[in-house]
Design a binder for this molecule. Structure first.
Ligand code: MTE
Ligand code: MO
Length: 327
């Protein structure tokens, strides 16, 4: 095998691994709760910047490949598609971290980022099944390992530089940037519900509350930070009732909380979870979950179920649910 081809294989292998690392740490960054002592987003950024550092070599490899008449058109098209998707993924991720841009047309930057990342992963899999780049023993000689170490150090240095220079100040370990106000956000396609406070009812176990009855329960005020996986967080003051007040812990494994839209999460009955009716001293707005929504301090935004209508004991342990909402 020629030297050039081997160099190309190594660049491909490293890029493939970096893309996988990026996806794993990206999903990891969505799963971490606020107070976990890990910071996958830092590794996520380092993987992205390592891709940028390797890019010049990849450009050379791609040029050479495109020039080769023997390569099928479909292979070339796939390579270029993959390159384009990776560029979009890395660019949207880095731009997001600056906190300067949220929307591109109707899409959030994070939607584009995740969409392009999923596309990249699919293209990587097709690429490697198309012309399998299997690691060989000779790929891991001392020189290759040394280069890998240099790349790692370069990526770490670039991450520190990016963090202190370009990235928005005050980001959380989840990568989210600070916002003064909550953004009305849905996990997937739940539209804003405009519920009628007169006819709305809450079922909690065997009991049923109307809004007046819920409001008559002793409320407590607390400050909590909502940290959305779309990459922002905001700290606000909430008025609410503990879940354990509405449904005293009993002989069940979780508390199932359901929205009028069917959006559902299961909580540990002993966890610090609230049903809020007020935000900053006022009733909730429709967009933020009127008449009642979950406040889950320390949990990512997708746990904060809005437009709650049902709170029921469940035999399902809280860990036995999909990590992200399906509804
Ligand atoms: N019923 C329902 N509740 C929901 C969602 C949803 O799509 N449907 N989105 C969640 C997500 S992803 C976030 S970040 C928060 C956003 O709360 P906000 O719109 O009050 O800022 O609501 C959560 N609660
Ligand atoms: Mo979210």
């Amino acid at each position: 095998m020629g030297k050039a081809r081997q160099a190309g294989r190594r660049v491909d292998l490293v890029l493939g691994l970096l893309i996988v690392l990026g996806v794993v740490t990206g999903v990891g960054g969505w799963l971490v709760d606020a107070d976990w002592p890990v910071d996958p987003v830092q590794v996520h950024a380092a993987a992205a910047l390592a891709i940028v550092l390797v890019a010049p070599w990849k450009v050379t490899v791609i040029r050479r490949g495109l020039g080769r008449a023997a390569r099928a058109f479909s292979t070339k098209a796939l390579s270029l598609t993959l390159a384009g998707l990776v560029i979009v993924t890395v660019a949207t991720g880095l731009i997001h971290s600056t906190g300067r841009l949220e929307y591109v047309g109707p899409l959030t930057l994070m939607q584009i980022h995740v969409g392009a990342a999923v596309g990249s992963l699919v293209a990587v899999l097709l690429h490697f099944t198309g012309h399998a780049v299997r690691p060989r023993r000779t790929d891991t000689d001392r020189r290759a390992l040394l280069r890998l170490a240099v790349l790692g150090a370069g990526a770490a240095a670039a991450t520190v530089a990016w963090d202190s220079g370009a990235a928005a100040a005050g980001r959380r370990p989840t990568g989210s940037v600070p916002k003064g106000e909550l953004r009305v956000t849905s996990w997937f396609d739940d539209g804003v519900q405009r519920l009628d406070g007169v006819t709305w009812t809450l079922r909690a176990g065997a009991r049923t509350f109307d809004l007046a009855a819920l409001r008559a329960l002793p409320h407590e005020r607390r400050t909590a930070t909502l940290d959305c996986t779309s990459g922002w967080f905001s700290t606000q003051t909430w008025d609410g009732v503990r879940l354990s007040t509405l449904l005293p812990p009993g002989d069940w494994r979780s508390v199932k909380v359901t929205s009028v839209t069917g959006y559902t999460r299961w909580f540990d009955p002993r966890a610090d979870i609230w049903l809020a009716t007020g935000l900053n001293g006022r009733p909730l707005t429709y967009g933020h979950g009127y008449p009642a929504r979950i406040v889950a301090p320390g949990r990512r935004g997708f746990w904060w179920v809005k437009w709650v209508t049902d709170i029921q004991p469940s035999r399902r342990p809280p860990w036995a649910q999909f990590p992200f909402p399906l509804g």
